[in-house]
Write a new protein. Structure first.
Length: 322
């Protein structure tokens, strides 16, 4: 037995340097970024922008693999169950991570089955109202809602989406009650807002800005902790009288569990270089994206905090999946 134990130990010692060399040599071939949403969406755009930079930084091709389905769950599961060799990563988002447990019984644990690499970007939520709604500020919107309980209605991209949950959080914090009108996606919701069929929507800033600038609707506030350079005249929710109100959608890179730390750290370094690069900041600004960054540990904490926060919103509102 001592001989066998010694042989196993010696083999382990002999293998360790080769494993380290393999990690040091990473990447030795092309890398795959799994995008769990449809082509052309913001997650896809963020994935492609990130991929181009990573290719330059690491000297190997990055392949975009679109695996849409079940609100991001299909593609995210692909990564959660992939071999942790450093060649498959997920361009994950809030939907399949922080609010996935609401959508359905999912085949992975969003915290335990995905190793955080780094947050790439976020998209701020904005409150946008139909152009003829008789309110000009968040304070007036809250007052109007309280004076007319159940009269105002709000659109969303669907039950359980960020726009829906953000409005539930807003109603909880302000003591208001409004009627939910869920849609199947962004376009039909915005079309009905323009047509006056719904009164307001919490929407990604990128979509809201176009309507605001075109005079087809009005942004009352942004759900971020400080004013945006591109919209200095628009107050934050905190400034508008709803304290501690922050809501956004985000995209981050995640890896299969047990992916070696040296690989994760190397890719994390590339992520932080990406978000700091002037050309990336310019591209993000054009898409109404905010650069993020940070360490894997900071991303892990962020994901846990986000999951806890939105799970509580779902529980308190009694929301049920379709």
């Amino acid at each position: 037995m001592k001989h066998v134990a010694g042989l196993v130990l010696s083999l382990g010692i002999a293998l360790a340097p080769s494993m380290l060399r393999a990690q040091d040599a990473w990447p030795a071939r092309s890398i795959t970024f799994v995008v769990p949403y449809g082509a052309g969406g913001y997650t896809d755009l963020v994935g492609r922008l990130t991929a181009r930079y990573v290719e330059k930084a690491l000297g190997k091709p990055v392949v975009i693999d679109i695996r849409a389905g079940a609100g991001g769950i299909v593609g995210t599961q692909v990564v959660a169950t992939s071999v942790p060799d450093g060649y498959t990563f997920c361009v994950c988002s809030i939907g399949a991570i922080s609010i996935a447990s609401f959508a359905q019984k999912i085949p992975y644990d969003p915290v335990q089955d995905l190793a955080p690499v780094g947050i790439v970007s976020s998209i701020v939520q904005a409150v946008i109202v139909r152009k003829d709604l008789p309110v000009k500020s968040m304070a007036e919107l809250v007052s109007y809602a309280k004076a007319n309980p159940g009269k105002l209605n709000y659109g969303s991209q669907g039950i359980g989406t960020t726009s829906h949950l953000t409005t539930e959080l807003f109603m909880s914090l302000t003591g208001t009650k409004m009627v939910h009108v869920p849609y199947k996606g962004t376009a039909p919701a915005l079309n009905d807002l323009i047509a006056g069929q719904v009164d307001f929507i919490f929407m990604e800033l990128s979509s809201a800005v176009r309507l605001h600038q075109g005079g087809n609707a009005r942004i009352l506030a942004v759900a971020t902790d400080k004013r945006l350079d591109s919209l200095r005249d628009i107050p934050t929710m905190n400034e508008a009288g709803v304290p501690n109100f922050v809501s956004d959608t985000w995209n981050a890179l995640s890896a299969p569990p047990k992916t070696p730390a040296p690989i994760i750290n190397k890719l994390n370094q590339a992520v932080n270089e990406i978000v700091a690069a002037p050309e990336t900041k310019k591209q993000f600004e054009e898409l109404s994206l905010l650069p993020a960054g940070g360490s894997p540990a900071e991303m892990a904490k962020f994901v846990k905090d986000e999951t806890r926060r939105w799970t509580e919103v779902i529980r308190r509102a009694g929301i049920q999946p379709e």
